[in-house]
Design a protein around this ligand. Sequence first.
Ligand code: ZN
Length: 367
Amino acid sequence: MLNVNLNELKTIIEINSWTKNKQGVDKVGELFASWMQALDYTLEKHTREHIGNHLHFKSPKKEGKKLLLLGHIDTVFPPDSFEKFTEDETWIYGPGVCDMKGGNHVALQSLRNVYKKYSQIHNIDFLLVSDEETGSDDSKYLSAAIAKEYDYCMVFEAAGVNEEIVVGRKGVGTFFVDIEGKAAHAGNHYSDGADANLEAAHKIVELIALTNLDKQTTVNVGKIKGGIGANTISPQAHLIFELRYTTTDERDRVLEAIDKIIAHSHVKGTVSTLSGGIQRDVMQPSPEQMAFVDKINTLCNITLPTEKRGGVSDANVISAQGVATLDGWGPFGDGDHTIDERASKKSFEDRITLVTQIFEHFLEGRI
Ligand SMILES: [Zn+2]
């Protein structure tokens, strides 16, 4: 008997909840609210005007550890691009089935299982945010603020191919460089100009040189724009670059170096300014996090496979607040962010079974 409620999953998957579709995101949120209220959860709704509301479901509190479950209800699919739910023997297909409506549903089903057993749930809360797919620019402040109330966090993004949980994620930042030079006729007044494009070229080489592949630190200048035409010394250039890193030491090294690169002009008469910054800080494995894994392994008599990922999630935000955070509690799936997105039925079953056990141990005070 399948632990996963396919009808409910179908309902939430077929509601378009693209990040910019506030109505759709809120509709999915309302369904979760009705399901969570049936488990005696109270809802703290963080209403937003232009994006979907963030929903913080709270259970009664007792002495002892507090656990936060975390998911997002938005997807990357605009209306009419991918809205269909289908299934075969092995897979469920649909927008958000692994990223991450499916994961949210794993959390819900596991909560239902323990509610059925104990008739009450305490100290386990559930946060559903509405803007993860555009970088959690709004919700990251809420997530970071409430993180302090919790000892542990389980994030229900998709599992790895062997049902790994995620213990590390790179930090990421996006930066913009505006270079101001001085225009001049390239024939008549060549020496009067201050070439912003040439300055940009120096900066690109310097920025990319901050990459350290051994430490998995990468700097990518992904976009450049500059100049007017072949006969004019370029008065302006713009760069957009991204930094990804796996440790706070590397973050600090690169940030310091970026400031120096921006401050120093190779081409006399050019001035550069930097904007942007770190979007989501690194999720770095910690002793508290490893202790959480060890407890689960011992209590559930398993050896949880773990992995680190280059991509970010809201786990980065919570983990950066010092909460023992584990990600990847959703089902295994692939094709996320494409119209081939799917999740494995077996992994739904496996995850609900395991997460239910973890909740039981937690509620009985063993975690
Ligand atoms: Zn995603």
